[in-house]
Write a protein that binds this ligand. Sequence first.
Ligand SMILES: NC(=O)c1ccc[n+]([C@@H]2O[C@H](COP(=O)([O-])OP(=O)(O)OC[C@H]3O[C@@H](n4cnc5c(N)ncnc54)[C@H](OP(=O)(O)O)[C@@H]3O)[C@@H](O)[C@H]2O)c1
Length: 222
Amino acid sequence: MNTISKNTKVAIIGLGNIGEAIAVNLTKGNHPVIVAARDFEKAKSLSDKLGNLADAKEITDAIKEADVVIPAIYFDKIKEFLQLYSNELQGKVIVDVSNPIAPDGNGGFKKIINENDSAGKILSELIPSNSRIVKAFGTLGAGSLLSEAFSEPNRKVLFYASDSTNSNNIIEELIASSGFEPFHIGGVDQSIRIEVFGDLHEFGNLGKPVTLDEAKSKIAKS
Ligand SMILES: NC(=O)c1ccc[n+]([C@@H]2O[C@H](COP(=O)([O-])OP(=O)(O)OC[C@H]3O[C@@H](n4cnc5c(N)ncnc54)[C@H](OP(=O)(O)O)[C@@H]3O)[C@@H](O)[C@H]2O)c1
């Protein structure tokens, strides 16, 4: 692992369930975060709650300052976000947390993209050409992301998918700072495995948060 962790500037945009959980975990792990929302007061209120390590900014400023941008918003909104902030997002690592699903009308969820597509792959084609995308932080529900962070004696795994070795180092540090064990499952074309209904998602065949040994055993059998 490299040692850039605390210097990597992370902006979390969108402070709903997942955005707040990621911010809580990173600050608990002593990693500073920039938090931003369409309503600045929402960001300010979260930064007040989290203390000195959380800095509230307007969205444009947050993206400009960050090395890593995490739009913790819904898949369709991320598509709009990538267009709207295409200038500010140049050269950034963009983390896709999204699960491309919507209520199915029967109390469950359905995929809103083709069965064999993934949000990660689709979004990878929409980012600025000099940016990099990593699929991460979306493999557990927000509840588990909070309750399973910093598990003892063994950390639980957060799977991620990425094509770039440089991004891998950065994301591994962020996952570790968040109280989880990073596990690279391959390139962004593997994103489908770690999105809802995938074999490595809590709400797919994985079924629950797993430790590194459990993850390795699961992968070996797949
Ligand atoms: N919840 C989970 O358990 C879970 C687990 C894994 C992955 N995810 C993924 O995480 C993402 C967020 O889910 P969530 O459950 O956190 O949703 P959420 O609680 O509804 O929060 C979504 C947030 O996105 C913000 N937002 C919407 N459009 C925006 C835009 N154009 N620019 C900036 N902010 C915008 C909303 O802010 P406003 O207050 O401005 O409306 C809201 O705070 C989704 O892609 C979801 O698939 C969720």
